[in-house]
Design a protein around this ligand. Structure first.
Ligand code: 3YP
Ligand code: ZN
Length: 369
């Protein structure tokens, strides 16, 4: 088994600038860095190397997506606006909360292209599966605008690339980032050939999307499945959602490729999410998804990095996922395991089960259509 791995130092050069977390600095708000900083990503790349895991992975070079690749998903106006702002020192992705500096257009192309390169390696059979550790993230970006720290929709761009160049037809997206994958959802909302399953904290971000009632439209009715989990979910609720919602939906849908929006902001140590998934929980979720891919699509599964804002914990969550993909046990221990892995909060509560069962009904209904 070989696992492909994309990381490029240039991803760390995407400059989100000075802020105080997600708020602008100024007045009594002392300048700090923007929450979506390079740190959690560079430290994950660091642990992948220092743990020795890198020696077992197949390094896939990142390359920029072409304008043609990006235009399969985004409007020419959006692409031109990011290009021009980036060339003149920086700007905002579109929602006022997605700052970027000089050169981020090219870095965003490299993030989309890194996800494409990982997908290509898997489709060509050079790797069994792959993880693209890219930045900026992508799952909030809509066709006509960036938002939520995302400039271009990395996974959607890779999907359209696979369909245009490799004759791929059906693709499933599983999004375990703590925020709703609204961009991916909107891009494929009426597309019957892309199944979009998003697990997220209910009404977190964007606050007004990701409800169970959003199920796709037209020919795509039923191929969007949202699981708006209540705050406080741990490993139990997440693993159960993968088993009771993602798995039956994917089995019914029979995709040729699975893409995973891999956000580590559902972790117990994340400043934005109010969930408590641990590294071992992420590892088991990824393991189940790898097995699911083996069952339905020859193991073809590509993870593309999304959120995750704990510089100290994201590396261990990422390592656990990469270990699950590659089957390699580095022996590196999660330093927080003793504090969090045995908490009673990992058990599925009745109010969590209620949401999972409602989404399970949607997944099962997909089987019948
Ligand atoms: C964007 C503004 C407030 C919440 C933030 C979410 C970014 C993210 O991690 N999305 O997956
Ligand atoms: Zn997120």
């Amino acid at each position: 088994m070989t696992t492909g791995y994309v990381w490029h130092e240039r991803y760390a050069w995407h400059d989100t600038g000075t802020a105080a977390g997600t708020r602008p600095a100024g007045g009594f708000v002392q300048p700090h860095h923007h929450l979506e900083s390079p740190e959690s990503k560079t430290r994950m790349a660091g642990l992948v190397e220092v743990s020795g895991l890198l020696d077992h992975l197949t390094r896939i070079p990142a390359r920029p997506a072409t304008e043609e690749d990006v235009l399969r998903v985004h409007t020419p106006e959006h692409v031109a606006r990011i290009r021009e702002a980036s060339a003149s020192g920086g700007g905002d992705g579109g929602d006022g909360g997605t700052p970027f500096g000089a050169g981020s257009y090219e870095i965003a192309l490299l993030a989309a292209g890194g996800t494409i390169a990982a997908t290509e390696a898997v489709l060509a059979g050079r790797c069994d599966n792959a993880y693209a550790l890219v930045r900026p993230p992508g799952h909030h970006a809509r066709r006509e605008m960036g938002m939520g720290f995302c400039l271009f929709a990395n996974i959607a761009i890779a999907i359209e690339w696979a369909r245009a160049t490799h004759g791929v037809r059906r693709v499933a997206v599983i999004d375990y980032d703590v925020h709703h994958g609204n961009g991916t959802q909107s891009i494929f909302y009426d597309d019957p050939d892309v199944l979009a399953v998003s697990l997220h904290q209910d009404q977190l971000f964007p606050a007004d999307s990701g409800d169970l009632s959003e199920r796709g439209a037209g020919a795509g009715l039923g191929t969007t499945i949202n699981v708006p989990l209540p705050a406080g979910c741990g490993n139990g609720a997440y693993e159960e959602t993968i088993a009771r919602v993602a798995a039956p939906a994917v089995r019914a849908f029979r995709p040729e490729l699975i893409m995973v929006a891999s956000g580590f902001d559902a972790s117990a140590n994340d400043p934005l999410g109010r969930m408590m998934v641990t590294a071992s929980g992420y590892g088991r979720m990824a393991g189940t998804l790898v097995e699911l891919a083996e069952e339905v699509c020859d193991g073809r599964i590509v993870f593309s990095h999304e959120g995750g804002y704990s510089p100290v914990y994201v590396p261990f969550c990422g390592l656990a996922v990469l270990e699950a993909l590659s089957g390699v046990d580095t022996g590196v221990l999660d330093p927080y395991a003793a504090a969090w892995d045995d908490k009673p909060q990992h058990a599925v509560t009745p109010w969590q089960a209620e949401v999972i069962e409602a989404a399970h009904e949607l997944a099962v209904r997909l089987q019948l259509t």
